[in-house]
Unconditional design. Structure first.
Length: 264
């Protein structure tokens, strides 16, 4: 058997299975990277929105981090929903010197529009976690919060990606254009030197629950397998596009992306 690659997600849950920890683990599995998870918050949510959130005690978050890193190989990891500064400080302490690919999905607002983290936590993520990241993957609303600028065009997406790297210290920035109007869904990756464009035909569907989690998890899985960042984003874009193309029309709201869509 070939050497096993391992990917870790640090995030909140989604009992309906479309986003969060559940989406990350499904994506890791599809891409043949052994998935591990550290739960930050237990979230009661479904395709219609978020009904309740229970934060895991800080001591348990720290215990989970110690359990994984003391025993298991981690070839790449990502963060999703980290609700408050206390959680972020613990995570920062445990991951800042790991020297392995670190993907930040700066989860701030659910697809349904529900706010998931505090304003103070958003500031800490920008000021402390971005500088130790390999890549951060904000959508347009998240990009606007991080940069403080209006992002509503290709030009401002590129400007924002450069700002996130040069002004806030991220290793690279993948600004996702799913919220723009147009025939194509276009994302821009700025790696500190070059701007790269990734485009796919926009799919007419409301079933986009968990797209951000799925995209960032795919990038994490590919990085865990030793691919370059550019290759990981290219393949991640294909993975999430197929997941949206074959999305599942279940639930009363925005249905989930299909994590086995890449095989259809």
């Amino acid at each position: 058997m070939k050497d096993v690659t391992c990917a870790l997600t640090i995030a909140g849950t989604d009992p309906s299975g479309g986003a969060g920890i559940q989406a990350d683990l499904k994506t890791f599995q599809e891409l043949k990277s052994y998935g591990m998870s550290i739960i930050t918050s237990i979230v009661a949510q479904n395709t219609t929105g978020v009904q309740d959130i229970h934060h895991v005690p800080l001591s348990m978050i720290e215990a989970q981090l110690k359990s994984v890193f003391s025993d298991m190989p981690v070839h790449a990891f990502k963060t999703g929903m980290i609700a408050n500064v206390d959680m972020m400080e613990i995570i920062y302490t445990h991951v800042q010197n790991k020297h392995i690919p670190f993907v930040i999905d700066p989860v701030m607002v659910a697809t349904s529009g529900d706010t998931l983290i505090s304003d103070e936590a958003r500031d800490y993520l920008r000021d402390k976690l971005l500088p130790i990241s390999t890549v951060v993957t904000p959508n347009l609303p998240e990009t606007e919060y991080i940069t403080g600028m209006k992002v509503d065009s290709i030009e401002t997406m590129q400007q924002a990606a450069e700002m996130i790297v040069h002004d806030f210290g991220a290793g690279s920035a993948l600004v996702k254009g799913g919220h723009l109007v147009g025939d194509d869904a276009i994302d821009y990756l700025y790696d500190g030197e070059k701007m790269h464009e990734f485009s796919a035909q926009r799919i007419d569907t409301i079933n986009t629950h968990g797209t951000g989690c799925t995209y960032s998890a795919a990038i994490t899985a590919y990085l865990s397998k030793g691919l370059s960042l550019l290759e990981a984003v290219q393949k991640g874009k294909v993975f999430v596009t197929k997941a949206i193309e074959h999305s599942l029309d279940i639930g009363a709201g925005s249905g989930p992306t299909n994590h086995w869509g890449i095989r259809l």
